[in-house]
Design a binder for this molecule. Structure first.
Ligand code: NAD
Ligand code: TDX
Length: 336
């Protein structure tokens, strides 16, 4: 491959992917991003202009998408599709943009990809499978039935089904990956870990939904992105691969670790109201990805990964400070 068209490349995972791909492969990168509240050009600063181009626009804009894909070579190039409305709490408050971007946007891209027979990789999430009981020995696999809970996860599930149908009916050369919860630099402060880190850095208290017992399976964003490259290079067309790094922790555990890393008392958090429909536990079995592609995660020490993430937010207040007040204003409107 020589050029990757990366949608959502100004967001958290997409911007880390662009850096990762430019540093670790020979691909050039074109980013298509609408720059919603979640997109930030500052996350793409300092990239080599001879290998990187930014285009502001909507993935649901069929004309723009046709223009950009006309420039791609089906023999060598690919679309890597990260763009989405990604936050569950926002989806509960206002679901419409999730339908427009996650469903209609994905439809627009796969229509363009099939017309030009372009290789397509669709980024999805473990949330399409709903949740697990805390004591369930099972983890999600590629064969788990879809059972999404929120407007966010149901629109991601719908987009997965569109891609799978385009593979079967039109021969679209696509793969799908479903990853667990990511953490790392450049994540918007609306999300759990950066919200708590930035609260602590400003002298405020972390906010835990419900009782804090919900479990998420954490993976460093660079491990997610190395897995995406492994799937692009070695994944089988038509297949789904789950990405996870055995990082299950309760939300309370994460908050206690952050409090300790920042030298605050272990009980220095607030319990706030719960998220409606709040998924209890996610857990990924990544055996298929590991055996078929040989991928392994690099960040296996979550405490160490969190410590580095705290350092990043401490050193980059200029990046996150403008997001903080509007984000907390949205949370106070919903009482969390
Ligand atoms: P994010 O919200 O940080 O970034 C999304 C990006 O997409 C932003 O730059 C935004 O401007 C852009 N965008 C939104 N609507 C657009 C549109 N209509 N056209 C063009 N660009 C648009 O999201 P993220 O956390 O980086 O997630 C990226 C992808 O990974 C999503 O598909 C998400 O479902 C998936 N995912 C995320 C996680 C996680 O833990 N964050 C885990 C698994 C999967
Ligand atoms: O302030 C908070 N307090 C809290 O207890 C926030 C923002 C969240 N939470 C809880 C809710 C969840 O149990 O923390 C957990 C993680 O919350 P989010 O960061 O909102 O992530 P989640 O809802 O698990 O979804 C994430 O992982 C899967 C991403 O946002 C999705 O894009 C991805 O698909």
């Amino acid at each position: 491959m020589s050029t990757l068209l990366v949608t959502g490349g100004a967001g958290f995972i997409g911007s880390n992917f662009v850096r990762h791909a430019l540093a670790n492969t020979d691909h050039d990168v074109v980013v298509l991003d609408k720059l919603t509240y979640a997109g930030n050009l500052a996350s793409l600063g300092g990239l080599p202009p001879e290998r990187f181009r930014f285009v502001r626009g909507d993935i649901a804009d069929a004309e723009l998408v046709a223009d950009l894909t006309a420039a791609l070579d089906p023999a060598t190039d690919a679309i890597v599709h990260f763009a989405a409305e990604s936050h569950n709490d926002n989806s509960l408050a206002a679901p419409r943009p999730f339908v427009d971007t996650n469903i209609v946007g994905t439809f627009t891209l796969i229509e363009a990809a099939r017309r030009r027979d372009l290789r397509f990789h669709h980024i999805s999430t473990d949330e399409v499978y709903g949740d697990l009981e805390l004591d369930d020995p099972a983890r999600f696999t590629e064969r788990t039935a879809y059972r999404p809970s929120s407007p966010y996860s149901s629109t991601k599930a719908a987009s997965d089904l569109l891609v799978a149908a385009w593979v079967r009916s039109y021969g679209l050369r696509a793969t799908i990956s479903g990853c667990s919860n990511n953490y790392g630099p450049h994540q918007h402060v609306e999300k759990f870990i950066p919200r708590q880190i930035t609260n602590l850095l400003r002298g405020d208290r972390p906010k835990l939904y419900g009782t804090g017992r919900n479990v998420r399976d954490w993976i460093h964003v660079d491990d997610h992105n190395s897995a995406v490259l492994a799937i692009l290079e070695r994944g089988r067309i038509g297949e789904t691969y789950l990405i996870g790094a055995n990082g299950e922790r309760s939300n309370l555990d994460i908050v206690e670790t952050l409090l300790e890393l920042l030298g605050r008392p272990r009980d220095g958090y607030d319990l706030v109201g719960d998220r409606p429909g709040h998924d209890l536990r996610y857990a990924i079995d990544a055996t298929k990805l590991r055996t078929e592609t040989g991928w392994t995660p690099r960040y296996t020490d979550l405490r160490e990964g969190l410590a580095r993430t705290v350092d990043w937010y401490r050193d980059h207040e200029d990046w996150w400070a403008p997001q903080k007040a509007p984000t907390e204003a949205r949370y106070s409107e919903i009482g969390r």
